[in-house]
Structures are given as C-alpha cells and as structure tokens.
Design a protein around this ligand. Sequence first.
Ligand code: F6R
Length: 597
Amino acid sequence: MLLEGLSKLEYRGYDSAGIAVRDGEKDVRVVKARGRLSVLEEKTDGGRTVPGNCGIGHTRWATHGEPSENNAHPHVSEDSSVVAVHNGIIENYQELKEKLLRNGYTFYSDTDTEVAVKLIDYYYKKYKVGPIDAIAKCMVRMRGSYALAVMFRDYPGEIYAARKESPMILGLGDGENFIASDVPAILKHTRRVIYVGNLEMARITPEKAEIIDLNGDVIEKEVTEITWDAEAAEKGGFEHFMMKEIYEEPRAIEDTLHSAIKEGTIDISGTGLTEEEMKSFSSVWIVGCGSAYHVGMVAQYVLEDLAKIPVRVELASEFRYRQPLLAKDALVVIISQSGETADSLAALREAKRQGVKVLGIVNVVGSAIAREADYVFYTLAGPEIAVATTKAYSAQLIGCDLLAVALGRARGVLEEEKIKELLSDLLSLPGKVERIIEDKERIQWFANKFANINDVFFLGRGLDYAACMEGSLKMKEISYIHSEAYAAGELKHGTISLVEKGTMIIGVATQKRIFEKTISNMVEVKTRGAYLCGITSAGNYSMEDTADFVLYVPKSDEHFSATLTVIPLQLLAYYVAVNRGIDVDKPRNLAKSVTVE
Ligand code: F6R
C-alpha cells in the first residue's frame, strides 16, 4: 500500500525513498534506498519483507543534504520512539539542532527532518504530554514549511500529522484511514478527503480521523468527494504540469528567498562563499543554456548595477569551445535547473581547468554541477516536470538577485539601508506574482484571440529585453510560432522590414529611465501596421496611448522587474499553445534535461 501510494507521488521527487512499518505492537522497521522507488521495491520484495498494518513512507526531493540512503526519510529518534517523514523546509533547523545538541542529541544525517523528529522526541519526553502536545510545541518553534507524518512507539496503530504551508490531506476509508501529501496517493482506496489546514494537526487510527488545532481541540472539517481521475490528480487538478508549476512560482520564490534572508539580513554563507572571497572577485562570468542563459542576461544588469562588478554572460555551448580568457580572480557562475546539462557541465570544467572558482546555481541537489562546483546556491523550486521551465527560471532569478545583494554588501557598494530596502522588495515579490497569476483570464482571452498568428516579436530595453528573450523562447518552444526577441533600439537596423499589417509585437517597458525610448520604438512598428501588446508596471498608464492591449504588473524595485514581467509572458505562451492543441508539457523534439551536446 505504501509503495503503491508513493509511486503516485514520484513526480514530486525521486532521488531516494523509504518506508517505516509496524506490525501491531512490534517495533517499527525502517527500510530506505537511494534512487528511484523501484530500488526500494526490490529491496523489500514489493513490501513483502516488511509486513504490518500501520506505516509511513516518503519519496524524496533533496533540499538539505545530498540524495543518499542516510538522508532518505523516514527519520527516527535515537531509541526509535518517534519516526517521521516530512515535506517542506525547516528554515531554522540549524538553531534547533544546536539546542538539541546542547541537550545531548546526536545526528546521523544532514537533513532538517531529523532535527524535527528529534525536537518532537525532546518535547515528548520532557513534558510527557502525549503526541499532540509534543507536536504542537514543535510547531511553535519551527519556522518554514512542513507536512509531517509521525508515528510514536507508545501509540501503535496511530499516525499523527502536522501541516504548515506544505500540502496535506486525510483520506477516509472503511476500517482504515490515510494521510498523504497529495490525493493520487490514496485514490485507489478512497475518494473521501479532508484537506488539512494551515497550522493544523491530525490523528488517525483505523476507525477515526481527527483534525486538531494548536490548542489541542478537535475541529470539524468538511469532507470533499474527489471526482477527478488519477492522472488529473497528479497534476493537482491542473490540466498541465506547466500551469501547476506557474502556480508554484510564488512558493519557489519565497522558499529560495528564505534560504538566504535570515533575521532581516542577507546570508549566502550556505553556498560556501565567504565575505573575503566575495570581496576578492574582479569580474563575474555567467554561463548557462536556454532559459538559464536568459536568467544570466537579467542578472548581468542586476549584478553590475547593485554590486558594481563587471559581468559577462555566455552560452555554455560557446564558452566550452572558445578558450575564454578568464582572470584568475574571476567568479564563474553556472546556472542550471537539472545540474546535468552537458554543455553547462563542460563549461564548469573549463573554468576549473583554468583554475577559476565556480558557483553553481542549481535546483537538483547532488546533481553533477552541484557536486563539481566550488560553491552551490540551491534554488528551492522543487521538482519541475514540464519541459518548458517556469518556476525554476524564477527561482534562478532570485538566486542571482540575492548574489547581487550579497556581493554588493561584501564589496562595500551597498549601504545597510539600501540592502534593507532591496530585501524588503524581494520579499514582496511572491505576493505580487500571485496577483498576476490571479488575473490570468485577461491573458487567456488575449491569447485565444491571437493563437493563429505566424510571427511574434518581443521588444524591450535593458532588463526588459532580457525578460523578452525568455518570453520569446517560451512562446516558440511550446506554441511552435516563430518568435524573436529584440533590443527595442536594434529593430530598425534590419528586422523592422519584417513588420507588416497585423504583425504581433509584444513590448515590455518597466524601467523609468528608458520607458519613453521603448514607447517610441513601439510607435515606429505601430505606424507600419503592427498590433501592439504592451506589458508595463502599474501606474504607467500612458502605455495605453500607444498599445492596442496593455497588461500591468505590480510595481517593484526595477532591478527585480523581470520576475514579474515574465509571468504574463509564460501565461501567454501557455494559453496560445493550449489553444493550438499542442502537448504543452512535452513539446516536440525537446527533452527536460539535455545531457548530450
Ligand atoms: C526552456 C528550457 C531550457 C533549459 C535549458 C537548460 O524552457 O527549459 O532552455 O533552460 O535546457 O537546462 P538546465 O537549466 O537544466 O541546465
């Protein structure tokens, strides 16, 4: 049952897996394995070697600690009184770990989950107040996000749960009950589901399933009847993974921000970079492929402006073969979601061959680029399934913004006051992205109207141009419409000859200093018959005088505008592709991870 349920959740992560099973009052047995779920299935002979009637299981996407058997869940307290699985990130796990170390606890893994398990064990034994009170005490202490399922040795046949931010549901069966992080895991057994709310706990036995608040009181919850089929359920009710992942962008941004903003200030020491090292770099090279390269294009503007350091951006496939002249004290930044892209990995090796330090901005923990880089900044976007990247791109942008602020501080070019302002603006981005997504119907309407066009041009200057490059790639790769991104001032040096009556032009203009300039370029194409869609920040209403259709994004510090403008561009590409009947998640000829040249 556990293995089968986990197989339905494998899309959420699959670098290791484990189960903990109890047979009546007997002690719990834990089996874990690195790799896909099939390895665990083999190890347990399809579950037959660990019989029982109560258990928890987990398939992992590493966030703290490399993918290994040791770091795989479930995690157990020293005497196995408490055993648990966990999704999410405990942001203050270091501080909690230190507290536990002072109280004689030791740790066998690098995970934040082991800290959570031992914290529950600590309160459970110290106050002798039972599972619910022990968990509630932990919830008060833990910051971050979690969906926890916990078994206690003294309570056979019972599973306890706690939730903050990370999704969690209860499934109501007949003589059996379930806890899961998503509906597909239990759909074979029941369609009756209770959604566990934020900061709520749960207790299940075969006969009973209760939701409990932080005061320990049982609360009444509505039971939902699931009517979707299993495949739709894996996508959380969304038609495509791409849309699901667009919806996950605020979370990806927030988690990535919180990994480096601690107690109101920036701290990227987790990457391994020291203040001294950051001070010593003379220049930065950013290298990546496709969307990761486009992140570099945005980052170039942000880093040069905030950290006052010269930046060059290179395509990994070019960089690896042209023997770039790297200064010994340069920093090479390799950006990669998968951490396995062949050209990016080769670029990393070329930089190291020249004796230059490399920082990887990577999403997949333990991937080749993460292993070989000197320093690693992990983006916390979670697994990305759709071939066209969305949430990983956004998390990579945030990684670069944070690097810019950290370098700016280390190099003494950003005052504390300015840093505070920038961080506060960064922290407001998840809410702003959410607002753009909520307003998606207008974009859908527009996309449906123009789904049959043959060409589209994206125009912008500076940071807006960099965002256009990503918008253009999204459009062409999933809708198969020819599209190009142009620096707005460059169009009249040739490409404008392609503009004719009805050509679609998408102009992005968020930066005050060059707003009028971009508008002038938009007027130039309009007078030649183009249809103009403008994307700008709230307040720039004069855009309506020029464009035929305007989309507004909330105002933000201009350095971070690409995080906002890319959202309507992603949505536009998505809706055009859906309208054209294309397999949005798996467009033709592409692969999610390009491990060949
Ligand atoms: C486009 C896209 C690709 C990737 C590129 C690099 O939507 O997803 O362009 O950005 O293949 O992949 P990673 O980031 O895994 O190195």
